[in-house]
Design a protein around this ligand. Structure first.
Ligand code: 2P0
Length: 348
């Protein structure tokens, strides 16, 4: 597979002023983002690298509502509440400030991620919201500015702006200059036929939010600094492996980077443990697949579910093995997906 260097459609090119709809897909990090150096600007401590998926899109429509006194935000038709609501409003405030427009908005989001799939819907969610809100408020960000903007909603959303593989630069320092330096961009990839099998082992809500978990890890885990240092080396090796199209090397690096991230959490005080017995069952199965000659490598995020990197040609076999190992679970096969983009008037 050659990485698609498609840039998102620029908001001014379509959509009528005051209203815009956009679609974005989740991404799975192969080099993880875990830890911020600036909570307010969402500036990470380390670079990260991900693959945007071709499943579970989020579609968001933003319509300005001049005269309204509040933003009206719904997720799958249900009014948003709590922290999710607060984060969308804060994001709209940022867009209003940049656009110099006071109008409140109606925001309708449709998420297709199955409940509890363990895929950060905040990545696809804020990438779609960034594109749609920029369009509705008449901003004209290029792909880099859009990635920076999406980052302010949720760090991982900066990567979902792009198709295929993307690296998110941590940048350096603090304040405005640092804000400008932290964005994602596409990564050159040689011919590779990757799939990620998303193994859903537990549909329950997570006990600790990833935001809180990464804060606690940075503040209290004695292992955090070592992982952050080694993650820089992992990224350099990962870039080489992707350039060479070496799926085994990509998988080995991704697996160790994810295990290392979970080790930092396990050493936090108190510990954050997202991995469950079902997670370990899938990890055992992945090892067995490798022993049977099927290249398959695991990565896990802020939850018990496992994403298995393999060749596209092996994906159905890997998915079937996962389903058999965890009969109560589910397995979804994903390939590299498109970047965030505006939709035209017929929603395409
Ligand atoms: C990642 N995760 O790189 C890592 C790995 C979870 C584990 O990005 O606080 O929802 O909104 O910036 O982006 C989840 O964190 O966090 C995440 P915020 P986000 O995909």
């Amino acid at each position: 597979m050659r990485s698609e260097h498609a840039t998102p459609v620029r908001p001014q090119e379509q959509g009528s002023a005051g209203s815009a709809a956009a679609v974005a897909h989740p991404n799975i990090a192969l080099i993880k983002y875990w830890g911020k150096r600036d909570e307010q600007l969402i500036l990470p401590r380390t670079d990260s690298l991900s693959m945007t998926l071709d499943i579970f899109p989020t579609t968001t429509r933003v319509r300005l509502a001049p005269g309204a006194s509040n933003d009206d935000v719904t997720f799958n038709g249900v009014p948003a509440t709590g922290e999710a609501h607060r984060r969308v409003i804060a994001f709209l405030e940022l867009v209003r400030e940049r656009a110099g427009l006071p109008h409140r908005a109606v925001v309708e989001t449709e998420n297709t991620v199955p409940t509890g799939a363990g895929l950060a819907s905040s990545a696809s969610g804020f990438a779609a919201l960034a594109v749609a809100a920029a369009g509705a408020y008449g901003l004209d960000p290029d792909a880099t500015a859009l990635s920076r903007l999406a980052r302010r909603g949720s760090g991982s959303a900066s990567r979902s702006v792009f198709a295929g593989f993307a690296v998110w630069h941590a940048g350096r320092g603090t304040g405005t200059d640092a804000d400008l330096c932290s964005y994602a961009e596409p990564v050159p990839v040689a011919d590779l036929d990757p799939a990620l099998v998303v193994a859903v082992v537990n549909a329950g809500p997570k006990a600790v939010s990833s935001r809180e978990a990464m804060r606690r890890t940075v503040d209290t885990s004695p292992l955090y600094g070592a992982w952050a240092d080694s993650s820089g080396d992992d990224l350099a090796e990962m870039r080489t492996a992707l350039r060479l199209g070496d799926l085994d090397a990509v998988g080995e690096i991704a697996e160790r980077n994810a295990f290392g991230m979970h080790a930092t959490m396990l050493a936090a005080r108190p510990a954050v443990r997202y991995l469950s017995s079902a997670t370990l069952t899938v990890l055992d199965r992945v090892l067995q697949l490798r022993r049977d000659g099927v290249p398959a490598y695991a990565t896990m995020d802020a939850g018990p579910n496992v994403k298995v990197l393999c060749h596209r040609a092996d994906a159905d076999r890997v998915a079937e093995a996962v389903r058999r190992a965890v009969p109560d679970g589910a397995a979804h096969v994903a390939g590299p997906g498109p970047g965030a983009r505006l939709l035209n008037e017929d929603g395409r």
